[in-house]
Design a protein around this ligand. Structure first.
Ligand code: HEC
Ligand code: HEC
Length: 217
């Protein structure tokens, strides 16, 4: 990708982040815990994997509140499709049937986690990702925890990548690269500039950082 095009994507992302910052997500954590019961069968089991296609169900404990809400709303409207095709879309089923208020409560519950201090197991080469992952730092933070160097929140929309399962990150980046089931224009542009090798190394790098947890209570 030409660097000029990439810069306009980055600038668009920054403006987007600033406007979204103003609209802070509400939500009742206690109510959210009750509503989460239908989700735990997949999201509260460490190492649980999804069949067809086979990859880990993402860790969402400590995920950014506004980003969780945005993900749930886009599954609900069908804008983000889980799996490879609309027929295999169980997150749409999971996110439907809830009001926006319910989803806000769930997002509040999910995001209030103490981050993990244990690094995740990986199979790729994080050391090769140094240069490429610098491209992600402005939004996701150097280690994928969406914090700047002083530990302040960088933006509300970027998902936390630190401690996420490696195979899930690979799947997500490939989905953005294809642009069919994941359509966020910022990430479609960025993933399009990465080779399959870059995707593996970067995913190994972020997966090996400490951060997201499996929800256990
Ligand atoms: C049958 C298993 C299953 C159940 C039940 C389930 N999920 Fe999911 N969830 C998944 C899978 C698999 C993905 C990854 C989908 C994809 O690739 O987009 C996912 C993705 C997500 C994401 C996006 C995370 C990210 O990093 O982008 C959120 C948020 C989420 N689920 C929340 C929930 C909530 C809240 C519930 C309950 C209302 C729920 N899930 C129920 C399997 C499940
Ligand atoms: C301009 C800001 C910006 C930059 C730079 C950026 N991202 Fe993102 N990223 C986002 C936003 C916003 C989302 C949420 C998009 C959505 O809703 O699908 C996201 C989502 C993701 C996801 C999905 C995570 C999940 O749990 O579903 C991955 C993986 C990801 N980014 C990886 C990267 C990598 C790797 C780089 C660098 C090569 C990068 N991003 C650079 C803003 C950015």
């Amino acid at each position: 990708m030409k660097s000029k095009a990439l810069w306009s994507i980055l600038a668009a992302g920054i403006c987007f982040a600033l406007t979204a910052q103003a609209a802070q997500a509400a939500g009742d954590e206690v109510e959210g815990k009750k509503k989460f019961f239908t989700c735990g069968g997949c999201h509260a089991i460490e190492g649980y994997a999804n069949a067809y296609p086979n990859y880990h169900v993402p860790r969402i404990g400590g995920q950014q509140q506004a980003a969780v809400l945005a993900a749930l709303k886009s599954y609900k409207t069908g804008d983000r499709i889980h799996g490879d095709q609309p027929l295999n879309n169980s997150m749409q089923g999971n996110a439907s049937g809830w009001t926006d208020r319910d989803l806000e409560d769930i997002a509040a519950y999910v995001s209030k986690r103490t981050l993990s201090t244990e690094a995740n197991a990986i199979s790729g080469h994080p050391d090769k990702a140094k240069e490429k992952s610098a491209l992600c730092a402005g939004c996701h933070g150097v280690d994928g925890n969406v914090l700047d160097k002083d530990g302040k929140a960088l933006n509300q929309d970027a998902l936390r990548l630190a401690g996420q399962y490696e195979d899930y990150l690979i799947k997500a980046l490939k989905d953005y690269k294809k642009g069919v089931v994941r359509k966020n224009p910022i990430m479609v542009g960025i993933a399009g500039s990465l080779s399959d090798e870059d995707i593996k190394d970067i995913s190994a790098y972020f997966a090996s950082q400490k951060g997201l947890t499996t929800i256990s209570e």
